[in-house]
Design a binder for this molecule. Sequence first.
Ligand code: 6GU
Length: 243
Amino acid sequence: MTVRLDVITVFPEYLAPLELSLIGKARRDGLLAVHVHDLRDYTHDRHRTVDDTPLGGGAGMVMKPEPWAEAFAAVIADGQCALDADAEPLIVFPNPAGEPFSQPTAQAWSHEPWIIFACGRYEGIDERVYEHLADAGRRVALTSLGDYVLNGGEVAVLAITEAVVRLVPGVVGNPQSLVEESHSDGMLEYPLYTRPARWTDPAGTVREAPEVLLSGNHARIDAWRAEQSQQRTAERRPDLLER
Ligand code: 6GU
């Protein structure tokens, strides 16, 4: 399966890192297609205006609805041409007021053949854009990375894309590494060690890897790792154990 991602933004250059590393390789391998669109290409005035002052007053600027509606129409038409006339994209608005993004969300979205990310900037997007998409029967998600505020959705798109794309079959070489990592089972990962088993740190302290990891006894190793995972989660993220 090839996954198609569209990103609509006023800062297309912000998405340049999607050429790099694992995501760049997935694109070169034909597992992923990324299309970045400049929202200003869907304006018609000389200044390519995408924002205006908030109705009712208040600080900052609000993104105007018309460029968004035009951009969605064009991007959806283009995607349906490339994929299938009745393909329905998942439209994701990164938004600090959205539902929390987490590993189960990444897992679910890794099965989506087509996601359109819509990056808001300024104070936000005119509410009627969401209403228009919902009335048109579009699948829309408002998604937050956490309880803090970014200047726009672009950095969130980089994070979400990385979390999702690495779960697409074939993107990560050894799929077992996806099973053992933090959050894959709602727990934090156990501590990792490699050679040398006995390491003298720069302060002169001799640091030994846990003996159990050298034992060759896989049942003991699994039990030790499970216990470490449990301890670590209790210490750092007790909220995960309560769920
Ligand atoms: Cl997804 N977007 C913005 N603008 N700020 C955020 C966020 C998203 N998640 C946390 N803060």
